[in-house]
Design a protein around this ligand. Structure first.
Ligand SMILES: *Cc1c(COP(=O)(O)O)cnc(C)c1O
Length: 224
């Protein structure tokens, strides 16, 4: 795709987001994080050139490579994957904008320890496994609020901003919708939370209608 085609394609996605968000409220603003795991740094640069600022990676190594190559651009990097504890130092060295995927107390405590030592803070979301899927990380909806409060008090260098979830992995829209609604209901109980990160290429419009205000889009942006 050339730049003009890319821009047109991006505009069609923005228009779809617009349609979905306006059904919620005129004041409901939705942020796009472009999940760039399928593409190289040059493609990130191209999307930046047509207006996209926030990018997400789910592997620390890939994030490091792209962040280094694109160091001169004012990009906002989001870490959206499962974080192994042995990658914490490398992740923090990149100074990401936010991590979406706090999925255990142990990870939160390890991050806190390292952040304190480095005199840093980090914006973070806590992940909920709202579809109760074995293959997914995150706290169960039942334990979520207690863990969120615990992380808030034990880990002051992690600045919690809200919740992240991956929609149920099924073609049954009702089940996907239930998982989004349960995530949104938890989000609304959080003190001072601003970010409800849910919705990917296959389900972002439904996620927005269920109250998502941050969608993580990969394949729909990059694979066509
Ligand atoms: C890859 C990825 C996405 C984007 O997925 P698509 O279906 O390609 O849009 C969103 N969130 C996470 C955590 C991912 O790893």
């Amino acid at each position: 795709m050339n730049t003009l085609e890319q821009k047109r394609h991006f505009d069609t996605i923005i228009e779809r987001i617009e349609q979905a968000r306006i059904r919620v409220s005129e004041h409901h603003i939705v942020k796009i994080v472009a999940a760039s795991k399928y593409v190289d740094a040059q493609t990130v640069r191209d999307l930046y050139a047509i207006g996209q600022r926030a990018f997400g990676e789910n592997k620390v190594q890939d994030l490091k490579i792209k962040a280094d190559l694109l160091d001169e651009l004012p990009l906002e990097w989001h870490f959206i994957g499962t974080l192994q504890k042995n990658k914490i130092n490398q992740l923090l060295s990149i100074r990401p904008h936010m991590i979406h995927s706090i999925d255990t107390l142990d990870l939160a405590r390890s991050l806190q320890e390292r952040l304190l030592r480095e005199n840093q803070t980090l914006r973070a979301l806590v992940q909920v496994n709202s579809a109760y899927e074995e293959s997914k990380s995150g706290f169960t909806p039942e334990e979520f609020l207690e863990r969120y409060a615990q992380i808030t008090s034990e880990c002051p260098n992690l600045h919690l901003q809200g919740i992240m979830s991956i929609g149920a992995h099924t073609a049954d829209v009702n089940i996907v919708q239930k998982s989004f609604e349960s995530t949104r209901a938890l989000f609304e109980k959080l003190p001072n939370a601003t970010t409800c990160s849910m919705g990917m290429s296959n389900d972002f419009e439904l996620a927005i209608r269920c109250g998502s205000n941050l969608v993580r889009l990969g394949s729909i942006l990059f694979k066509h």
